[in-house]
Design a protein around this ligand. Structure first.
Ligand code: SDX
Length: 426
């Protein structure tokens, strides 16, 4: 392929540069197209559009490959830990032992939240969806950290990143406790990130909380699987919000709002509800027919980029079996339904022709429920883990010298210009 692409329209020819990355499809740089050809490109849903240059995550959807700064997700999930992956996403390299020690201390000593912050939770109904609480609460962080709102100051960007990564588990655990009517639990600095979060969620004053290393490791691995995923809907939301120079906490709140949708991060909750509604293996054929009749989607299946098995789903399925075994629920009927449904779908032409495979959400709900979380908390956990991806992508966008405020155009198909008609003439 050459280094330029010719675009011809109305007898005019525009030569556009072709840019090539480390891997993946080349891009046609159309930045000068409108100025030279007086036309826009049209791509709702961004099916064929690269919105930015990034060095953080690479996905090959056909091969089912996911790399974070070049490292395969399978290796990170098996050999690394979530805070180390946070460092990798933020800084571009795996940390040395001293670098990790400093980073872990930075995060640990930002896990508490301002005492006044807890009043926000009291403003919500007890039965409020925890994602509604997260969207509001995280946005409110903008009102607390005036010392880190200058997005052009690298030190302030980094302290914002540390605060977001550190405080999300504390806020998420509070959203969960509030919905349960149980007292909030403060973070403990001697615990690991995942262990601290599980304790803040499940510790009660009435008895000592006993950590389970298998469940802690599973939680940490689930955070790794959800850490970042290129330019998905919520990350693109954070980038677009951040492109105006908005407060980083407000940008993350925008990302949480976008993630909540059932076609995106809300799919894990919807998927468990779907599996529960199916109930037993014998109901699968009737359910699958309903999908084919387009009455509903097969939640946890399909992906804009993966036209092969989502590598995260493979690790998630393995983690699911580990957790269910540890909690003595390996015969969970919902898991039997999920495994049979996956087998049926992977062999059914309707799904095969559309290249629909399990995505990260297919097994996560069963796993999270076995860890003790209710379905309405599933997307909160996704948001907790994805915060590092959002903030790393936000930071990369701010530091990109070619960055401009995002302002797409449109094709206008509304009414042509016309004069106002007084009401007595209408
Ligand atoms: C996440 O982008 C990311 O990276 C997201 C994510 C991340 O880490 O950030 O990976 C996390 O959001 C994973 C996806 C979770 N969502 C779900 O599981 C919900 C169910 N999936 C679908 O909503 C859908 O697959 C999407 C939204 C994920 C992708 O949709 P696309 O790429 O826009 O594809 P499409 O809707 O155009 O579907 C193509 C065809 C259509 O059939 P036809 O009209 O061509 O006949 O496949 C069908 C769709 O009807 N289809 C499905 C289906 N997904 C697509 N049919 C039944 N069940 C499904 N799940």
């Amino acid at each position: 392929m050459g280094n330029t692409a010719k675009f011809e329209i109305d007898g005019k020819t525009v030569e556009l540069p072709v840019l090539r990355g480390t891997d993946g499809p080349a891009v046609v740089d159309i930045r000068k197209l409108y100025a030279e050809a007086d036309v826009f490109t049209y791509d709702p849903g961004f099916m064929s559009t690269a919105s930015c240059e990034s060095k953080i995550t690479f996905i090959d959807g056909d091969a089912g490959i996911l790399l974070h700064r070049g490292y395969p997700i399978m290796e990170l999930a098996e050999k690394s830990n979530f805070l180390e992956v946070c460092y990798l996403l933020l800084h571009g390299e795996l940390p040395s032992a001293p670098e990790f020690e400093v980073f872990e201390k930075n995060i640990t000593y930002h896990t508490m939240i301002h005492e006044q912050f807890d009043r926000f939770f009291m403003g919500f109904r007890r039965d409020a969806h925890p994602m509604a609480i997260m969207t509001g609460a995280v946005g409110a962080l903008s009102a607390f950290y005036h010392d880190s709102t200058n997005v052009n100051d690298p030190a302030q960007r980094m302290i914002s990143a540390h605060r977001m990564i550190a405080k999300m588990p504390t806020i998420a655990a509070r959203a969960f406790k509030y919905s349960r009517g149980q007292p909030f639990v403060f973070p403990r600095n001697e615990l690991s990130y995942a262990e601290n979060f599980l304790r803040m969620c499940f510790s009660v004053p009435a008895e000592d909380w006993v950590p389970n290393p298998v469940l802690t490791r599973a939680m940490d691995r689930i955070f790794i699987l959800h850490a970042d995923h290129e330019q998905n809907a919520s990350t693109s939301t954070v980038r677009l919000a951040g492109s105006s120079g908005a407060n980083p906490f407000a940008c993350i709140a925008a990302g949480i709002a976008s993630l909540w949708g059932p076609k995106h991060g809300g799919a894990n909750e919807e998927c468990l509800n779907m599996l529960t509604d199916i109930g037993t293996v014998d109901k699968i054929p009737e359910f699958v027919q309903g999908v084919k009749d387009r009455r509903y989607l097969l939640m946890g299946f399909g992906h804009r980029v993966y036209k092969n098995y989502d590598p995260r789903a493979t690790v998630m399925q393995k983690t699911c079996h580990e957790v269910l075994k540890e909690v003595g629920a390996e015969n969970d009927p919902i898991l039997q339904v999920a495994m049979e449904l996956e087998k049926v779908a992977l062999n059914d032409p309707y799904f095969v022709e559309r290249k629909l495979y399990p995505n990260v959400d297919f097994y996560s709900g069963i796993t999270l429920r076995a860890l003790g979380f209710p379905p309405e908390m599933f997307t909160v956990l996704f948001a907790l883990a994805r915060t590092v991806g959002w903030i790393a992508q936000w930071k990369e966008m701010i530091e990109d010298p070619s960055q401009k405020i995002g302002r797409p155009r449109q094709i206008y198909t509304g009414a042509p210009a016309r004069s106002f008609v007084p009401v007595d003439k209408r």
